[in-house]
Ligand binder design. Structure first.
Ligand SMILES: Nc1ncnc2c1ncn2[C@@H]1O[C@H](COP(=O)(O)OP(=O)(O)O)[C@@H](O)[C@H]1O
Ligand SMILES: [Mg+2]
Length: 327
């Protein structure tokens, strides 16, 4: 029986918590031993540097490699992304040139990427990071959330500290879970959520860098974020023509037969970019299995059908009635 994404996610969250707990336990024991040694006159430095393991549990670090040429976006969407990049790169010019000093205090920018899974939000963040020469720190709600009271908001503060220290772009995936609407406090979870959101708002206000939120449920994001987010960028599900371009872009440099027709592939399969990537990987596996030198149209067709079937399994039987996308 295939496990669902949700159940896997739950397991990862539990495991992370256990690792952190273990980490804490070792740390306590270690500090205790150190104290005893000091009392016995031991002077050398034994203590590990304030351990980064604590941080790296919370974010995945991406060394950005992707460029604008790897990205297929609608013209106006790409324009917005380029505008954000331009501001970050030319902050001084913008502030001095237009006399903005009084109303713009720091080169910080907060963006909100809204769109279905697999529409290129993470990829775009990577492209921005690469273009401005910074690392990308991806923080997911499931990695930040902690069942201990107050720990989730501490994790948020830690993530901002870490990004500041390493001069990285901070990318909050599943942002609607962290920045959700205010609720009237009914129980401990509600007050915890309110605390988390307030800490996020405060950190955002003080952060002198680039923060990107990604969500497919923009309406769940608390209104208080509106003022602090400078640009909302919509990532649409690609149309026929964009899909054709995504196929082309992702197949650049691959060993393929001459019969491959991106136009047909783009029209036939109502895929997200993420689906197309998976279909290509399937096609390569099929070709490998048959010891072919190159990937053929037939392999891409079979690879795409596997993605459609996968979608069917993941979403029940209504695939044809309502197209769903997997990232
Ligand atoms: N607009 C796009 N242009 C080019 N490739 C895309 C696009 N959207 C998705 N992809 C492909 O799908 C993969 C997954 O997309 P991703 O950026 O993770 O989507 P999201 O973050 O919106 O869920 C990307 O790494 C890329 O290979
Ligand atoms: Mg993503």
């Amino acid at each position: 029986m295939a496990r669902t994404k949700k159940s896997l996610e739950r397991e990862v969250v539990t495991l992370r918590k256990q690792v952190r707990l273990l980490n804490d336990k070792f740390r306590t024991r270690f500090d205790f031993l150190l104290d005893e040694m000091r009392e016995l006159g031991y002077r050398n430095k034994l203590s590990p540097e304030k351990n980064e393991a604590n941080y790296s549990n919370l974010v995945s670090v991406i060394e950005p490699k992707k460029e604008f040429s790897d990205l297929v976006l609608k013209k106006d969407v790409e324009k917005q992304v380029r505008m954000a990049v331009k501001q970050i790169k030319n902050y001084n010019k913008m502030v001095k040139g237009y006399g903005l000093k009084r109303i713009l205090k720091s080169n910080s920018i907060a963006l909100n990427f809204i769109g279905q899974p697999g529409t290129g939000k993470t990829l775009t963040a990577e492209v921005i990071a690469r273009t401005i020469g910074k690392k990308l720190f991806v923080a997911r709600y499931s990695d930040l959330v902690d069942s201990y009271i107050g720990e989730t908001s501490k994790n948020i503060t830690k993530v901002f500290e870490y990004a500041k220290k390493k001069n990285a772009i901070l990318f909050f995936d599943e942002a609607d879970s962290i920045a959700s609407n205010r609720t009237t406090v009914m129980n401990a979870t509600d007050s915890e959520n309110n605390l988390t959101r307030n800490v996020l708002l405060k950190e955002l206000e003080n952060f002198d860098g680039v923060v990107i939120f990604a969500t497919n449920l923009a309406e769940n994001i608390d209104k208080a974020f509106e003022r602090r987010i400078h640009m909302h960028i919509m990532f649409n599900v690609p149309d026929d023509h964009e899909r054709e371009n995504i196929w082309k872009t992702l197949c650049r440099g691959l060993k393929i037969e001459r019969d491959v027709d991106y136009r047909v592939l783009g029209r036939r399969y109502n895929f997200s970019g993420g689906n197309i990537r998976n279909a290509i990987l399937n096609a390569a596996r099929i070709a490998l299995n048959e010891n072919k030198k190159k990937i053929s149209m037939d392999d891409f067709v079979k690879g795409s059908e596997l993605v459609e079937k996968g979608s069917l399994f993941m979403n029940g039987t209504n695939y044809n009635k309502e197209l769903r996308y997997i990232g």
